[in-house]
Design a protein around this ligand. Structure first.
Ligand SMILES: *Cc1c(COP(=O)(O)O)cnc(C)c1O
Length: 463
């Protein structure tokens, strides 16, 4: 009977590695982990597997203990070429933004203390000054994320009244942000106008009544409608709002302060354009094309921003000091005209195909030759911007391609082993090959990536 070959809990606890962790952590917890691993081993036997020895169970218990003691999320190497990868943490921070976090985190700060007067100050004051400068808005406010910024805006300005939205813009952004649901949560009634493909100014005008609190325009970040389409531009809608006394709100999503067309991409709406067009409020994320921490930014007319700042929900969604510090440092890069050089997402977007080609060939030159099981080549490919911005838009790139057909498990086996590495590497599979795109791999990570790839050849030779 296979079950009888399983070790006892006591023998697992007596194994050298387990004895050490049981002494260092709580003994009850380690006993519980050992029982759990033995139960899992019994289950595998029931499903036709073999019994495992004390050494293997002990190793599994030690691994669980190690995992529990590790800070999460862990750093991973993003070789997918997707610059704003939502599952991998969106925008990496600049060096200056990291330093700002460290300073704000490690000690005390003037978070809400006015150093001039020695009295209580506003955590938003300096940030607001920067945002006014960069967007041209009269006033600005930052909160936890863009979803909460939009919710706060609707609650403060439209609860119990109506908000008019084009049918083309009553969209789901991903990660559970659906415009109709957010509106419902705010207590405002959605009045959708126009059709999925065409909405005109008169649609908004005809639907406007005494109950209308706002027009909400939403940038449909992650999809595109092509062909017979019409939408009302920001300026036209702002003009109508002014004429009829309706607040006009614009959720631009990714918050690109730089023109994306400079890099051969479609134009992504920019907050400063929206402000210039006369929108009452514009909402955007801090960790998409802005390239900063998770945050939601509201910029616009002083009276409207003030109503949001005074609403009770503002306290519930307020920005924390670490995000505030890194957001401010990120915005300073734009003020200094150094965003492309200092902010990682812009450095990656602006990397030239030529420089990426050079890096891919540089990697290949340091890897095993074609006589091994792992065969590498350099191929032309496309990187994506991601993060729900610029749907279908890609940047030309050169990637290292691994023909994994001679390796155990093929491309999927390689992807799995890379995910198990330290640090884990996430790549992408294209036409059965594993592609490593240098665009999203920081130069400082080259050695670790190459180490992981050498590891594959070694496991491939033995397996
Ligand atoms: C991404 C996005 C959101 C949600 O922003 P978070 O910062 O993730 O909360 C809302 N609206 C639009 C148009 C977006 O693109």
């Amino acid at each position: 009977m296979q079950y009888r070959n399983l070790p006892s809990v006591d023998s697992v606890l007596a194994a050298p590695g387990v004895a050490a962790v049981a002494a260092a952590y709580s003994r009850e917890w380690v006993v519980e982990l050992a029982r759990g691993e033995l139960e899992a081993a019994r289950r595998r036997i029931r499903e036709g597997g073999e019994a495992v020895g004390v050494g293997e169970i002990a190793a599994l218990v030690c691994r669980r203990v190690e995992e529990a003691g590790r800070a999460e999320p862990r750093r991973v190497i993003n070789a997918t070429g997707v610059v704003i990868h939502t599952n991998l943490g969106r925008a990496p921070l600049s060096h200056a933004a990291m330093q700002a976090v460290e300073e704000a985190a490690a000690g005390y700060s003037n978070l809400e203390f006015d150093l001039d007067s020695g009295r209580r100050g506003s955590r938003q004051a300096r940030l607001e000054a920067l945002l006014r400068q960069l967007t041209g808005a009269e006033a600005a406010l930052a909160v936890n994320n863009n979803a909460s910024a939009v919710l706060l805006g609707l609650l403060a300005l439209a609860a119990g009244r109506e908000v008019i939205v084009s049918r083309a813009e009553a969209v789901e952004i991903g990660g559970g942000f659906r415009v109709p649901d957010v509106l419902r949560q705010s207590g405002a009634a959605l009045v959708d106008v126009g059709t999925t493909n065409r909405t005109y100014l008169r649609d908004y005008e005809d639907a406007t009544t005494a109950a209308t609190a706002a027009y909400l325009k939403v940038h449909a970040s992650n999809f595109r409608v092509e062909g017979f389409t019409a939408e009302v531009g920001a300026q036209e809608l702002a003009g109508l709002g002014d004429r009829l006394g309706v607040a006009v709100l614009h959720d631009v999503g990714s918050g690109s302060l730089l023109p994306t067309e400079k890099y051969g991409l479609a134009h992504e709406p920019m907050p400063q354009e929206s402000v210039r067009a006369g929108m009452g409020l514009v909402f955007f994320s801090g960790d998409k094309l802005l390239g900063g921490p998770q945050a939601g930014i509201v910029a616009g007319r002083r009276e409207l921003v003030g109503r949001l700042a005074r609403h009770p929900l503002a306290r519930a969604v307020r920005i924390d000091k670490l995000s505030l510090a890194s957001l401010t440092a990120t915005l300073v890069h734009y003020l200094r005209g150094e965003a492309e050089r200092e902010i990682p997402v812009w450095r990656m977007i602006s990397a030239t195909a030529e420089s990426l080609r050079e890096r891919a060939y540089g990697w290949k030159a340091q890897l095993p030759g074609a006589d091994g099981p792992a065969r590498y080549s350099v191929v032309e490919s496309r990187s994506a911007v991601g993060g729900g911005s610029l749907p279908g838009e890609t940047l030309p790139t050169w990637a290292l391609a691994l023909d994994a057909s001679a390796l155990p498990g093929g491309a999927e086996g390689v992807m799995r082993r890379l995910r198990e590495g330290r640090p884990p590497v996430v790549a992408r599979v294209e036409d059965g090959r594993v592609l490593f795109d240098p665009r999203t791999v920081a130069p400082g990570e080259d050695a670790e990536l190459l180490g992981a790839l050498w590891g594959l050849s070694e496991s491939g030779l033995s397996g």
